[in-house]
Structures are given as C-alpha cells and as structure tokens.
Design a protein around this ligand. Sequence first.
Ligand code: SF4
Length: 371
Amino acid sequence: MSLPAHIPARESDLAERWAAGIPGPLRLEDGRALRVIFPGTPAGGSGPDFTGAILEADGDLLRGDVELHLAASGWRAHGHARDPAYAAVVLHAVLENDDAAALTAHASGRLIPVLVLPPPVSFPPPFTPPCTIAAANGREPGPALDRLGLRRLRIKAGRADHLVRAGGSGQALYALLLETLGGPANREPFAVIARTLPLGPLLELAAGSDAPRAFAVSAHLKGRAANLVLRRAGLRPMASPGRRLEAAGAVLARLWPAGAPPGWPASLPPGGDEAPLRTAGMGRALALECMVNAVLPVALAAEEWPVPEVERAFLALRSPGTYGRLKALERWLGAGGARVFPGAARLQGGLLLHADYCSRGMCGRCPLSGG
Ligand code: SF4
C-alpha cells in the first residue's frame, strides 16, 4: 500500500498520534459520531496497541482495547480475528479501510467499529489564535457572531426562495421540515418524499382517513418512503427514519389541523418561538433545528413575517447545543470566561465563522481576530 507522504508509514507513528489525541469531529465507518474520552494506555507488548480506552459512540459508552493498523486488512493478516487476546477490542483504528467494511469481526462474535483516522491537520493551529487573545483582552465576540448568524440565516432564506416560488410558503415549509427531520443520514430521501407527495395532496389523503390525523399523516409519509433507500445503520432509535416520519406526522398535523389550507400555518404567527413544533418525537433541540432550518428561512423568503420579527425571533432562540466541530472555537473564544454560544443565532454565526475563516486558515483576517 502506498500512503500519501503526510501520513505516517509506521504503526509506531500511528500509536504516537493516537496517544497524543486525534482532533475531532470523528465519525466511525458505521456512521456514528465518535468521541475519545480516554485513548487508553499503550500496551507495549503483544496484544492490542492500547488497553483501557474509554470512547463514546453516539451516546454509547465503549470501554476496552484499541487496535491500530495502517490498513484494515492488517487485522486478518496479523491473525487477530482468532486471537483471544483481541476479544476485548472496542475500536479498530486505521489509516485506510481497504476492506471497505464498517465493522471488524472477531471470532468471539464481537463486531468492532472501524475508524478511519483523519490525516493530521494544521487546524486547530499549534498556537494561540488571535481570537483567544482578543477575547482575553475583553473583546466580546457576541455582536460579531450575531451578525454572522444573521448572514447565515439569509443564506438559508436564499435557498428556501426557490421552494417558495415553486410551491408557495406552506409547501416550502413542509419540504424543509422534512429535510431537517431526515437529518444528515436521510435528508435527500425525505426531500424526495416532499417532492413526490406535496403538502396539499397529503392533507387531502389524511382528511379521508378515520385514523387520528397525526397517525394518518405519518402513515402516508411512510407509504411514500417505502420504495426509497433509507439509512438506518448507526442511527439512534429516535433518529431512525420511522421515528422521524412519526415525528413529522405529529408536527404536520399540529401545523395543519383538519380543514386548514396548505398555506402558511396560523399557529406560526410572526415572532414566535419553537413551542408550536414541540410535538411527540420532537425534542427541544430538534424543534430548534426546525426553526433555524425551516420556519425562519421560509418566513423570511416568503415574507410571511416582517424582517425585524424574523431577526428578533432568531436572536432570541435558545441554542440546541454546541456542535462538535465548534468545541475548539468555543474554547478559544471563551478565554474571557463568557458563554460563547448561548443561543441559536450565535451558534449559526459560529458555523459560518468556522466554515469561512477557521477551517481556511484565516486567523488574523477573520472578524474576531481583533486589531
Ligand atoms: S479564524 Fe478567527 S475565530 Fe477562527 S481560530 Fe482563527 S482567529 Fe479564531
């Protein structure tokens, strides 16, 4: 196997990297997000490379050993599959997954998740970024994050605009709600459902059913999803496509009750928060995601709410929780002790900052560099 020059060619180099800590976000080959709580202790002899590691995979705690290989096929080539010493391995970390399998099998029956280690990155930079110094000197990052957050909302509204033009504000809202509920795993098939079973016909079908409205709506959505390829592997039960379509049925039935036309819902008056979206299967974080990705962009694009009402509601929304990719930024900007992402708007601003500046090596030229 020939490896790019920037990644180590020896397993001992790989072990050094693992011991020093691999910057996240990390994602297992089966789709779960991985967090390394403790990388384990170098074993220094025969058996797995590290013992006693503590990991978290999408909320599941994994405790055990870690085995490292340059290529995943090394597991079989080295005879680990039948070696009892490797029965407690909970992570197989590799540079290249040449087996293309999401899980590595051990003869004990254990299926071990595979992690392809990202190449070493120059970000976060190996120095204190200027934003940390600026924050420590009392420069408050909040106003700049608010401005960036509002810019990101306008970008989302721009994307919603073509849906509004094609099908009106109700259809656009329905489509973006479904996409948000699909999440990264099933965004595209959920968008297909919205395109092939538009809101108007869906409401007519539900009206013709004797079943409770939420159940009837989700049953028709599931029926349309039956022929689509949906990803289920590696998802938490609450994020499975079936549960998300049930959540969609509940929220759509709330927004468009019996007899309501398929336009902008009366239950979403200007300036409101996520409360109308809090239905069965819709936790607070998911409802906030739906506000940020669906309700507010469509309200802005379709002019269903006055612009100041959209902005006021956005700036008042609580945070659904800091995303993994923003943890380092949160640490740097929080040097002065301030809570960096108290609300959804600043979190969105952080995402734009990260995408447009931090991950492009723009330290010194970003809006938070100071000077
Ligand atoms: S780009 Fe700006 S905000 Fe990002 S790490 Fe560098 S100085 Fe900080």
